[in-house]
Design a protein around this ligand. Structure first.
Ligand code: B12
Ligand code: SF4
Length: 369
């Protein structure tokens, strides 16, 4: 087997998962395509799709990667990630092990304190830090790796955090690498496919980490990818016989500037391709607009995950949702009136829950179901 520079592995971490199949980890896909464009050799491994993890790890290690990246998709350091890191070391791997993803970005200290098999946590978007690690490894300038922006690491029993590298825009981000479509025979049945058309959210809900994650990069806390690139990606999936997918954008419609124009462009370009597809989106209640939904429905929108959260003014204010009960009721009625499938995000219990509010939330939600 050919040598590689970096292997990106998603260990199993699924006891809380909402879906019965793994969803594509677009983070690993974007990292891999970015690094390939920079001239590095990469591979992607999903433990859930491997018949035997030991065999898969032996194969990866035999390809002598300079770096192995482990993806965290939970909001805590799942025990299985620690076990996979331990296995990798027991098999004699002595390159760098780097952990990354949303959760890891917020608890880098816990990971580094509790798992000495991990060398670095890449905090935030990891394209540039991974590229710089690989560049310095290739030049043999290992001591300089500790100066790379966005890395957290252990030094003399303390955890060090380098400043965040802020220079990455996603506007022209190329399509994520999906090398695993060729690798795993039954991947089409075993996986849910996804597209990321934008990142970030203009909301400031106190229970959500999206704002804090993206706000470190720029004041532009919601950014979308080029529409033509999205169309190319949908066409790519369609040509692979993938007809159903989810947009993983936290707020599909984004900040209110030019939203209708962007959705018009997306819909008309999808229509031109004349594909029989279906897709799901997620958004806030105050982003729901009947005209836009009707246009999206015509090109395949069939399901919406809607961030309702509470039906009491008190709780909406407590968590700074910046929406009203009327916004939520209207959004639900609009979605239902045009026959789309709907799933509401709802927070029934939280540290300040009261019996009165549970009752109010139930009374409001029951007639809407
Ligand atoms: C799709 C998705 C899922 C999928 C999993 C998809 C997957 N395999 O990645 C499913 C539905 C299974 C899921 C489940 C859950 N999810 Co989720 N999910 C998302 C979502 C909407 C999109 C992820 C995505 O594709 N992003 C786009 C990619 C390109 O960005 P990215 O992942 O951030 O990748 C960049 C960096 O993070 C980093 N990076 C990513 N991976 C790696 C790997 C390595 C090795 C390195 C070095 C770096 C790195 O570099 C990437 C490129 O810049 C995010 C929100 C979001 N905006 O990201 C929430 C999110 C990650 N999920 C979240 C949560 C809470 C959950 C659940 C716990 C929900 C629940 N209560 O059940 C579960 C936990 C999963 C489990 N196994 O138990 C939270 C995490 C909060 C936190 N602070 O950690 C998020 C941020 C949503 C939110 N609004 O708060 N999720
Ligand atoms: S609207 Fe959704 S994604 Fe945006 S901050 Fe609130 S919970 Fe997070």
């Amino acid at each position: 087997m050919n040598s590689i520079d970096i292997a990106l592995i998603q260990p199993k971490q699924n006891e809380n998962a909402t879906f019965d199949k793994p969803i594509e980890n677009l983070g690993m896909g974007f990292l891999s395509s970015f690094l390939k464009n920079e001239g590095f050799k990469t591979d992607i491994v999903y433990e859930e799709l491997e018949k035997d993890l030991d065999v898969a790890l032996d194969q990866i290690i035999s390809r002598k990667p300079l770096v192995i990246g482990l993806a965290v998709i939970t909001y805590y350091y799942h025990i299985n990630i620690k076990q996979v890191a331990k296995k990798i070391r027991r098999k004699g791997y002595n390159g760098y092990i780097v952990v990354g993803g949303h959760g890891a970005s917020f608890f880098a200290d816990t990971i580094l304190e509790n798992d000495h098999n991990i060398d670095f946590v890449a905090v935030g978007l990891a394209e540039l830090p991974l590229k710089e690690i690989l560049v310095l490894c290739k030049k043999g300038r290992h001591s300089e790796i500790f100066n790379i922006d966005s890395l957290a690491y252990r030094k003399n029993n303390t955890i060090k955090h380098n400043p965040i590298n802020k220079s990455l825009s996603i506007k022209k981000t190329p399509m994520p690498d999906r090398c695993y479509l060729k690798k795993y025979d039954d991947v089409y049945e075993k996986m849910i496919f996804a597209i990321s058309a934008s990142r970030g959210c203009f909301g400031k809900c106190k229970f959500c980490s999206i704002g804090n994650f993206y706000r470190i990069y720029s004041n532009q806390i919601w950014e979308h990818r080029d529409i033509n690139m999205i169309i190319d990606e949908v066409v790519f999936l369609y040509n692979q016989n993938i007809r159903n997918f989810i947009f993983v954008d936290d707020e599909f419609f984004g900040n209110k500037d030019n939203t209708e124009l962007r959705i018009d462009e997306l819909c008309s370009k999808l229509k031109e391709k004349n594909m029989n597809i279906s897709f799901a989106i997620s958004c806030r209640v105050d982003s729901i607009n009947k005209n836009m939904l009707l246009k999206l429905k015509k090109v395949g929108l069939n399901h919406i995950f809607l961030g309702v959260e509470f039906f009491t003014k008190e709780e909406l204010q407590l968590y700074n949702k910046q929406t009203t009960i009327i916004d939520s009721v209207q959004a639900i009625k609009t979605i239902k009136s045009i026959g789309l499938s709907l799933q509401c995000g709802f927070i029934m219990f939280h540290p300040y829950t009261s019996l009165i509010n549970i009752k109010k939330n139930l009374e409001m939600s029951m007639p809407l179901t």
